[in-house]
Write a protein that binds this ligand. Structure first.
Ligand SMILES: NC(=O)c1ccc[n+]([C@@H]2O[C@H](COP(=O)([O-])OP(=O)(O)OC[C@H]3O[C@@H](n4cnc5c(N)ncnc54)[C@H](O)[C@@H]3O)[C@@H](O)[C@H]2O)c1
Length: 321
């Protein structure tokens, strides 16, 4: 029988790739998105699309009645800086929207796997060792990270008390085709646009700050694995949490160098004052996802950046045409 999937935020960057891979694996996919940042044209025509807010009673009703085998919940406010300016708005959507869907799954009485898009870049504190494993202390430095980790705690409650089947995927910095400059790997989008324009690539501070850049196609494969793989029952909050990253640290200077190489662009790299409070190092260990989800990243940074730049360049050509 055809398996049924709901993708919230499926018109967005990562969600549209998750939709693609579920369709390619013969799921019947329904996408809900309020198009606040997502684009209708990014939803494949084979998916059923409903323009809905995840906080709405209509979204809850869809989940209660939809008999979904899996819900990949990606709809969110993703801008860490916005969460700092307006923590309540961030929580209303990132916690409230998630609870709306979780409560509806609970009321449905249907066996649905709930796969939540969390963050490996913002739930661990700044002082943990890189690469960080799932059981490292959680000490979010922003309202965004706090909201994401809160949802993981709520999922623990729904699993223990109501038997819900929940999985948290803690993504590293996700980059790839269709990304925009506001996500956690926004620098890739910014550098791609500047290389196309031939304007300078600005690196803050010495550029030695590192991040774990994971390609969006690999993140989509992680959602597919999390949708299907049998997992042991939830125990503590980390038991159903998986870091989805490469375990490799790449610094900003290297990122700029590789992007210049793959693009053939001639933008110069200029340094600006370091940004106050910016985390120095970040990378997450992925061996748990390897063991339990059978997932490993396949795309290295060179190939991933080449494909990403290619997408940005093609989009620019399309705009001009
Ligand atoms: N991009 C990253 O590096 C990264 C890293 C860690 C975690 N994440 C998480 O992955 C998920 C997807 O992020 P993305 O980078 O694809 O962002 P995105 O902004 O491209 O996608 C989010 C989607 O959610 C939709 N949306 C927003 N509010 C909504 C609402 N109230 N109701 C319905 N739809 C709504 C938007 O229109 C958009 O299509 C988010 O949960 C994000 O927190 C992303």
């Amino acid at each position: 029988m055809t398996r049924r999937a709901l993708v919230s935020g499926g018109a967005g960057f990562i969600g549209s790739h998750v939709t693609d891979i579920l369709l390619a694996n013969d799921y019947a996919v329904t996408v809900i998105d309020n198009l606040s940042s997502g684009k209708r044209e990014q939803v494949p025509s084979r998916a059923s699309f409903k323009e809905l807010d995840v906080c709405s009673p209509d979204a809850a009703a869809l989940v209660r009645d939809g008999k979904f085998d899996v819900i990949c919940h990606l709809a969110a406010q993703i801008d860490v800086r916005k969460s700092v300016t307006d923590p309540a708005a961030d929580a209303n959507l990132n916690i409230g929207g998630s609870l709306n869907l979780l409560q509806a799954v609970n009321q449905s009485g249907y066996k649905t796997r709930f796969v939540f898009s969390s963050t490996g870049g913002a739930v661990y504190g700044d002082l943990v060792e890189a690469p960080t494993s799932e059981d490292a202390p959680k000490d979010p430095q922003s309202p965004y990270g706090t909201a994401k980790f809160s949802v993981e705690l709520y999922m623990g409650y729904f699993a223990r008390v109501h038997g819900l089947d929940c999985v948290a995927l803690r993504y590293a910095n996700v980059y790839g085709p269709r990304q925009d400059p506001h996500g956690e790997a926004g620098v890739v989008a910014i550098f791609c646009d500047r290389l196309i324009d031939g304007t300078p690539l600005t690196v803050f501070g010495d550029g030695g700050q590192t991040r774990d850049y994971v390609f969006v196609g690999d993140v989509a494969r992680a959602n597919l694995a999390a949708a299907t793989v049998a997992l042991p029952p939830a125990t503590g909050v980390d038991s159903r949490a998986f870091n989805i990253g490469t375990s490799v640290e790449t610094d900003v200077v290297t990122l700029a160098k590789v992007l210049k190489e793959v693009s053939g662009g001639s933008s110069e790299v200029v340094h600006a004052a370091a940004r106050a409070g910016e985390q120095r190092r970040s990378a997450i260990r992925n061996d748990k996802a390897g063991k339990l989800l059978g997932w490993k990243p396949k795309v290295n940074i060179h190939d991933g950046l080449r494909d990403t730049y290619g997408w940005f360049a093609a989009r620019r050509t399309g705009e001009k045409a």
